[in-house]
Design a protein around this ligand. Structure first.
Ligand code: GRF
Length: 192
């Protein structure tokens, strides 16, 4: 059985969609652990309810962060690392060690509306302000540049003229919950 390690920084609804798909035996993978950057986020409670180990690793000490990540990942030995609403940049040495084994979900149609500062409602505000009629989400491989890795898949949603950043965020988030598990399934079951 393949192993996933999920990274999260927020409510964890994306990590929940992965946990649920894994428990429905849809992925051919189990969640070996959750890594977060703080200890008071919803994703932790979600993992604990499914008896998934949690490791909080502070990203704020650039001296210790890469080594702590490296040690934890060496313990869990993931076949795939999934950034599911994780807001910190993965250190280059981790990206190199797990080259093409780290994916990220971004709440916009990259390469537009991506990069530093484009996270959460900022993304949807920019999409609305740009007058876009279509938005969506993107799953891509992680490289050394924010949101610039090879795109794996995207899912589009309409943007309504009455949308607020919040209403658009909710529509995109639902699309994320479909797209991310489907990409993980495809990675582990390419011939399905
Ligand atoms: C959401 O805004 C999502 O678009 C992005 O990360 C944020 C946190 O989502 N991927 P989650 O509920 O913590 O998974």
């Amino acid at each position: 059985m393949k192993k996933l390690v999920v990274f999260a920084s927020g409510s964890g609804s994306n990590s929940q969609s992965i946990i649920d798909a894994s428990e429905r035996k849809e992925l051919g993978a189990t969640v070996a652990g959750l890594i977060t950057d703080s200890d008071d986020i919803g994703a932790i409670e979600r993992a604990r309810k499914h008896e998934i180990p949690v490791k909080v690793i502070s990203p704020y000490d650039s001296q210790t962060f890469p080594g702590e990540l490296k040690n934890q990942l060496a313990l869990w030995k993931p076949d795939l690392i999934v950034l599911a609403g994780y807001l910190k940049k993965i250190p280059d040495e981790i990206v190199k060690t797990y080259s093409d084994k780290i994916i990220n979900i971004h709440p916009a149609l990259l390469p537009k509306f991506g990069g530093k500062g484009f996270y959460g409602l900022n993304v949807h505000r920019a999409v609305i302000n740009a007058g876009e009629k279509v938005s969506g989400c993107t799953v891509h491989f992680v490289n050394e540049e924010y949101d610039r890795g090879t795109i794996i898949a995207q899912k589009k949603v309409p943007v309504s003229s009455t949308d607020t950043p919040e209403t658009l965020a909710a529509r995109v988030l639902k699309a994320e919950h479909d797209l991310l598990p489907s990409v993980i399934k495809k990675i582990f079951n390419p011939n399905d």
